[in-house]
Design a protein around this ligand. Structure first.
Ligand code: URA
Length: 408
C-alpha cells in the first residue's frame, strides 16, 4: 500500500482522499518513515497535485488537530501569513499596528524554512518570550490586549508541523500544492475569519516567478471559498531583502525602529504599510485609503509601538535583554558606483552559514548573529565604503560576500 501510493504519485496519477488521508495519518503515527514521506513529497513536488488532491490534503492537515474559534469574543479576527523571505520581519511590525487600530490579531507563526527566517525564531531571540501559549492563554490575551503572536499550538494542524520540518531539509519546500495546503490548513484551523497572504517572489523566496505566485494565489482563494473565509493576497518582491537587518535579534530591533516611526522610506516600511492597511480594511470593512490613514496615525501617535511592548510583556519577553553577537566583520565596497542589486538568496545563505538559520531539523539557532546592511539598492557608494556589518559569535574568517552586492 505504502509503495503503491508513492509509485502512483511518481507516475503523475491522482491520489484519492482515502490514499492521502491514510499516508499522512500513518506518517504522524510513525508507521510511515521519514524516507517514505520524503519520497512522496518529492513526487508531489515534481508532478504537482490536482485541486481535489490539494483540498484533500488541506482537510487532512486541518483534521489532524484542534480547530480554534474566537467568534464568541471578537467580531472578526484577521490573520496574515507570508510565504517567507529574507529579512521578512513584517509580522512583528504589522500585528501591533493592526491591533492598535482596533482589529483583533491572532497570529500563529512558524519557524524558518529553507533560507527564509521564521517569526517564531525572531521572537525567541527576546529572552523569556513565550511562543508556546495554550489555547486558554491565547483566548485570555486576545481579550486583554487584542493581539497574540504564538507558535502553532501543539494540537493545531500537527501534521503540517511535522511535514513542514521534513520539507525544510528534503528540498521539497517550493511546491505550490504543498505551500497552499500548509498555509491554508493552519489559517483555517486557527480560527481566522479573514486571511491576508503575502506571496513572495524572487531568488530569496520559495517561488521564483510571478506566474507561480499567481497560481498559488488562485489556489489559496479557492481553498478559502470552500471554508467560507475571505482570502486576499499580495504578491511582493523577494529578490532584494526587506529592510536593513537579517538575523533574529537584529530583525526585532529593526521592527522596533519602524514601529517608532524612525524609518520612513524603504521597501520594508512600504510593504508593512500596504499589508497593515489591507488587514485593517478587511477587519473593519473600510476602504484601503481609510485604513491607510489609521495605520499611519497609530505609528505617529505611538500606540502601535506601545502595543508591541504590551505584547512582549504579556508573553513574558524581556526586551531590554535582547543581545547581539560580540564580533563584527565589515563588508566593504570594492569600487565606487551605485548599488543596482542586493542578492536576497546570497544573504539568506550567508545568514544560515553564520548560524541565524537551520541546516538540519535539530539545529539550534544563534539569535544574536546576523547581517546589518548599511546601504540599500539605489544608493551610491565610494570604494572601501562599508556596505554592511556581519555580527558573529566567534572570530571567524571573513566569509565570501562577492555575490551579494551588484555595484555598477
Ligand atoms: N509557510 C508555511 O506555513 N508553509 C509553507 O509551506 C510555506 C510557507
Amino acid at each position: 500500500m505504502i509503495i503503491d501510493i508513492i509509485n502512483k504519485k511518481r507516475l503523475g496519477k491522482e491520489l484519492s482522499y482515502k490514499e492521502i488521508a491514510y499516508f499522512f495519518n500513518a506518517y504522524l503515527e510513525g508507521e510511515i518513515k521519514d524516507y517514505q514521506m520524503s519520497s512522496l513529497l518529492m513526487a508531489i513536488c515534481i508532478n504537482g497535485m490536482t485541486d481535489e488532491e490539494v483540498y484533500a490534503l488541506t482537510k487532512v492537515f486541518i483534521d489532524s488537530g484542534d480547530i480554534l474559534d474566537f467568534s464568541s469574543f471578537c467580531d472578526v479576527s484577521v490573520d496574515k501569513h507570508s510565504t517567507g523571505g529574507i529579512g521578512d520581519k513584517t509580522t512583528l511590525i504589522i500585528a501591533p499596528i493592526v491591533a492598535a487600530c482596533g482589529v483583533t490579531v491572532v497570529k500563529m507563526s512558524g519557524r524558518g524554512l529553507g533560507y527564509t527566517g521564521g517569526t517564531i525564531d525572531k521572537l525567541e531571540s527576546i529572552p523569556g518570550f513565550r511562543i508556546d501559549l495554550t489555547d486558554e492563554e491565547i483566548i485570555k490575551q486576545v481579550k486583554d490586549i487584542g493581539v497574540v503572536i504564538t507558535g502553532q499550538t501543539k494540537n493545531l494542524a500537527p501534521m503540517d508541523k511535522a511535514i513542514y520540518a521534513l520539507r525544510d531539509v528534503t528540498g521539497t519546500v517550493s511546491s505550490i500544492p504543498l505551500i497552499a495546503s500548509s498555509i491554508m490548513s493552519k489559517k483555517i484551523a486557527s480560527g481566522a475569519d479573514k486571511i491576508l497572504i503575502d506571496i513572495k517572489v524572487g531568488n530569496g523566496a520559495l517561488l521564483r516567478t510571478k506566474k507561480d505566485a499567481q497560481k498559488l494565489s488562485q489556489l489559496m482563494k479557492r481553498i478559502g471559498e470552500i471554508y467560507n473565509r475571505e482570502v486576499r493576497t499580495i504578491i511582493s518582491d523577494m529578490n532584494t531583502p526587506l529592510g536593513y537587518n537579517i538575523g533574529n535579534s537584529l530583525e526585532v530591533l529593526e521592527a522596533m525602529e519602524i514601529l517608532q516611526g524612525k524609518e520612513k522610506n524603504n521597501n520594508l516600511v512600504d510593504l508593512c504599510l500596504e499589508l497593515a492597511s489591507e488587514m485593517v480594511s478587511m477587519g473593519k470593512n473600510i476602504s484601503i485609503n481609510d485604513a491607510y490613514m489609521e495605520v499611519v496615525e497609530v505609528i505617529k501617535n505611538g500606540s502601535a509601538y506601545n502595543k508591541f511592548l504590551e505584547l512582549v510583556k504579556h508573553q513574558k519577553g524581556k526586551i531590554d535583554k535582547l543581545s547581539l553577537a560580540p564580533y563584527r566583520k565589515l563588508m566593504k565596497s570594492k569600487h565606487k558606483g551605485t548599488i543596482k542589486g542586493i542578492n536576497a538568496l546570497e544573504l539568506g545563505k550567508l545568514s544560515v552559514s553564520i548560524g541565524a538559520g537551520r541546516i538540519n531539523k535539530e539545529d539550534k539557532i544563534d539569535y544574536g548573529v546576523g547581517i546589518k546592511l548599511s546601504k540599500l539598492v539605489g544608493e551610491k557608494v565610494k570604494k572601501g565604503e562599508v556596505l554592511g556589518v556581519i555580527y558573529v559569535n566567534d572570530r571567524i574568517k571573513m566569509p565570501n560576500t562577492d555575490d551579494i552586492f551588484d555595484i555598477e
